[in-house]
Design a protein around this ligand. Sequence first.
Ligand code: PEP
Ligand code: MN
Length: 279
Amino acid sequence: MSISEKATLSNIKSNIKTDVKTSNGMIRPGSFRVVAGPCTVESHEQFAASAKAVKQAGYEYIRGGAFKPRTSPYSFQGLGEEGLTILSDVSKNLGLKAVTEILDPGDIELVMEHAQILQIGTRNMANFALLKRVGAAIARTDHGVILKRGFSATVEEWLLAAEYITNAGGDNVVLCERGIRTFETSTRFTLDLSAVIVAKRLTDLPVIVDPSHAAGRRDLVIPLSKASVAAEADGLIVESHHEPQEALCDAEQALPIEALLSLREVLQPFASAMGREVI
Ligand code: PEP
Ligand code: MN
């Protein structure tokens, strides 16, 4: 990394102020934000049932993918525009804000009509054309972006990717650590909690954790969520499903409704120790 790039990174720390990073209300000082919901919008019935549980658990943000970046072209690719319509209908009905992934720069306006927060996935972290287009599109709007860390990206590469968005005018960027590729095979990826702490030292951008994709198995999601609170994360994005075994995508890592309903109670003592409230 060049010296000028280092200077840019330190500028993020000094220039991005609290009011910028909280202007769309997603991340608030003193709070620990939980975003929950299914990996993918599969049908109206499935998304409505999963969304009801998110609402019942008291969370304000729901996730659900309509455009899915699948490793195999033969896997379910998401419902596309139909999925976006289900996402916005159901979330608006329940008074929830929606988070969904954007894959194609040509879909940005469409996705913004249906969702408050655009997610840029791990496989697109270095898609600089997409980052710039999203940054320009969300500038001076209430929309935000969750930028996942590439699973083989260094922290510096991740922060510089965020700067493509902020330099294009998009201030509401939330970084998300979602696990990296290592030699370990007992988990799907390896959750790099040190990266959360390092990123928070280098920037003022909020950092959340995705324990679901990191672990790839539901039994680790709650322990890793507790660890994320202790690692100074600003929140979580977790996968949940009303019938986890039946999920069309990422079935092994989805939390069932009972676990989602207990998550707040489980996390609050840890959050209190860090001076935060789970929201
Ligand atoms: C997802 O959130 O469903 C997803 C595909 O995440 P990631 O980009 O981290 O793999
Ligand atoms: Mn998923």
